[in-house]
Design a protein around this ligand. Structure first.
Ligand code: PLP
Length: 224
């Protein structure tokens, strides 16, 4: 498995409007370095502790995207350097990101994660919850977060029609929110959807960011 080959193939395959987030969770720092040397600058991690271990060892111009479930007590570690948080699924989380961003004098781009899968276990807003939040004065008062779009994970299933339907639903949610709440806001433009086993469908359904791990790096290491 040659990561540089995988990267080049993927970059040729992805349309210009689709950004590759190289999800490097469980991969060693030297693997990330190798991918960086081949030109990749955007990496995704899903555990704060793991990211905090890697971040100081790697080049400063890496854009770190946080894609995993986030606990409020970890936000303060992430906010000083993270480029985007994909996994905002409650107002509480968002207001904590805002609080620390203010402290660090930053404005942190965030995506609203939606629950599109049929599985109970996946996180995310329902449309009703997101609308209630977006219309609240508390949300509108947040000055240190930048809503940049939506994120979702499809069901873990072989039923690719179901996966397609879920992606389509996320894209349609994005368009609704864009029209109602972010019409003149150019920052609100991303639809983060698609992983190694479904990114081609996600792209057909309007993804602008694919989060790819296995297809780039191979199987995950059990011990990071
Ligand atoms: C691990 C992970 C990915 C990448 O998954 P692959 O199937 O290895 O491509 C994408 N998004 C999130 C949120 C993840 O946790």
């Amino acid at each position: 498995m040659d990561i540089v080959d995988n990267l080049q193939k993927l970059l040729q395959e992805l349309p210009a409007h689709v950004k590759l987030i190289a999800v490097s969770k469980t991969q060693h720092v030297h693997i990330i370095q190798q991918t960086y040397a081949a030109g990749q600058r955007v990496f995704g991690e899903n555990k704060v502790q793991e990211l905090l271990g890697k971040y100081p060892l790697l080049p400063r111009d890496i854009e770190w995207h946080f894609v995993g479930h986030l606990q409020t007590n970890k936000i303060k570690f992430l906010v000083p350097f993270v480029s985007m948080i994909h996994s905002i699924d409650s107002f509480r989380l968002l207001s904590e990101v805002n609080r620390f961003s203010q402290r660090y004098n930053r404005v942190v781009p965030i995506l609203l994660q939606f629950h599109i899968a049929t599985e109970e276990s996946k996180f995310g807003f329902s449309i009703e919850e997101a609308v209630a939040m977006l219309e609240s004065p508390e949300f509108q008062a947040l000055r240190h977060i930048r809503p940049a779009g939506v994120m979702g994970m499809a069901s873990f299933t072989d039923d690719m029609q179901r996966v397609r339907d879920e992606f389509r639903q996320l894209r349609s949610t994005f368009l609704d929110l864009k029209m109602k709440y972010f019409k003149d806001n150019e920052d609100f433009r991303e639809v983060s959807m698609g992983m190694s086993n479904d990114y081609q469908i996600a792209i057909e359904e309007g993804s602008t960011m694919v989060r790819l791990g296995t297809i780039l790096f191979g199987e995950r290491n059990l011990m990071p």
